[in-house]
Design a protein around this ligand. Structure first.
Ligand code: HEM
Length: 432
């Protein structure tokens, strides 16, 4: 009897040892790097480098690695390997010189759960991305993007913003939410055909959930979900809020779509949603292009997610830097008074005569590093970057993604100095 029990324990131990050994060998084989793959710090079997990352200040950790590994290195974050590139030269090499190789975005378990697959503007790939991006750009242009009408809308919104600031009567206050409201209203006018009062409950709720989700996605919880979705979806934590917030955001956008459908006059589209609904009616069979109601919600949300937080964060950094460097603020004032004066509103035509202010805006974008981690890209072909080899993701065991770092420096300089082709290349911003 006792002998059988000992046998059973030994058998169980043996089995356990076999399973552990098997997992370790399988993990090693699956994650072997090809020759010249970007170097990485030591990573734990099965877990990779996810716990090396400083969860509060990942950018500091990544910057240090960038210096240590000459601007290109890799980390294993759960099941995925990610190649990080840092520094202007390396980012330019990847996203300008070899842009064709890095057009697509990798699969994201988080986005797949929220958007149900290839959808929206930011995370879609292939034909859908090309069509939707082109449609978004041309439609937003029709509704004022980069035109005089938008300039007037921005001037009007600035008056609302200043009125709100005046209401604080000189007391200290946090301008973040106000900036968010103002910037978002410009997008609302093009997408929903209306602006919202800053006190509007629904509008405030939508912006709150957008900000919260951006925060959670960038936090360790978002990273853990991307790395171990199978486990994380059963665990409690803030990542679950993200999914319930998305549901509320979906419902908010859906309400607008229903209203737009009821009032639609195909001969007179009022905004992006109307134009999308018309495109759906005119090309009902071209489903691969993503013109269906299911895709309209993520496209609208992407415009808000990509456009609101970025621009209002830029305004916040602008304010901080102008306060920190009063001598720069004074020079901007001086240029503004000289070129525009105090009796009229600024116009985009003044830009040509305000080189100092323009340089300050560029410096704010560069120094503020508005989107430090940028959007992930995936290598569509075997690619050599610097001295390193990055294998094509699809069909390869060493699936590699590429993340640019310190991107805003790259963006602000490259949009000025290089022949940038946003149609072919997944570039910085729709505003280009
Ligand atoms: C200062 C303001 C802004 C900054 C710093 C910024 C930055 C960025 C960055 C870094 C990306 C990722 C590019 C890449 O993957 O290489 C991006 C993509 C994008 N941005 Fe912006 N953005 C700004 C304003 C806006 C605005 C106002 C809108 C829309 C109204 C917008 C819409 C988009 C969209 C739709 C994408 C996805 C493009 C694609 O994947 O094809 N952005 N932006």
């Amino acid at each position: 009897m006792a002998l059988t029990a000992i046998h059973e324990i030994l058998d169980f131990k043996g089995l356990l040892l076999f399973v552990v050994a098997f997992l370790l060998v399988a993990d090693y084989l699956k994650n072997r790097n090809p020759p010249n793959y970007p170097p990485s710090p030591f990573s734990l079997p099965l877990l990779g480098n996810i716990f090396n990352m400083d969860s509060r200040e990942p950018h500091i950790y990544l910057t240090k690695l960038g210096h240590a590994y000459n601007n290109i290195f890799s980390l294993r974050l759960g099941r995925d390997k990610v190649v990080f590139i840092t520094g202007y030269k390396m980012v330019k090499e990847a996203l300008v010189t070899q842009a064709e190789n890095f057009v697509d975005r990798p699969y994201s378990p988080l986005l797949a759960r929220v958007y149900s697959g290839n959808a929206g503007l930011f995370f879609s790939n292939g034909q859908m991305w090309k069509k939707q991006r082109h449609f978004a750009l041309s439609t937003l242009r029709n509704f004022g993007l980069g035109k005089k009408t938008m300039e007037l809308a921005i001037c009007e919104e600035s008056r609302f913003l200043l009125d709100e600031m005046d209401k604080q009567k000189g007391a200290t206050f946090d301008p973040t939410i106000l900036f968010n409201n103002a910037v978002s209203n410009i997008i609302c006018q093009m997408v929903f055909g209306q602006r919202f009062d800053y006190a509007d409950h629904q509008f405030r709720t939508m912006l709150k959930y957008i900000s919260k989700n951006i925060q959670i996605e960038g936090s360790i919880w978002g990273q853990l979900y991307e790395a171990f979705p199978g486990i994380m979806k059963h665990l409690p934590g803030p990542h679950n809020d993200m999914f319930s917030n998305y549901k509320i955001l979906h419902a908010f956008v859906r309400e607008f779509i229903i209203k737009h459908k009821a009032e639609l006059d195909p001969s007179e589209p009022r905004d992006y949603i109307d134009s999308f609904l018309i495109e759906m009616m005119e090309k009902p069979h071209e489903t691969a292009d993503g013109f269906d109601e299911q895709n309209l919600v993520p496209c609208v949300l992407d415009l808000f997610l990509a456009g609101t937080e970025t621009t209002s964060t830029t305004l916040c950094w602008g304010l901080i830097y102008l306060i920190t460097y009063p001598e720069v603020q004074e020079k901007v004032h001086e240029e503004k008074d000289r070129v525009i004066g105090r009796s009229r509103e600024p116009s985009i035509a003044d830009k040509a005569n305000m080189p100092f202010t323009e340089a300050v805006i560029h410096e704010i974008l560069r120094f503020g590093d508005i989107v430090p981690m940028n959007g992930l890209r995936v290598a569509d072909k075997d690619t050599t970057l610097g001295e390193c080899f990055i294998p094509k993701e699809k069909g390869s065991v060493w699936g590699s993604s590429l993340l640019e770092w310190n991107s805003s420096y790259f963006l602000s300089v490259c949009s000025e100095n290089f022949d940038f082709q946003p149609q072919r290349v997944r570039s910085s911003t729709l505003m280009e």
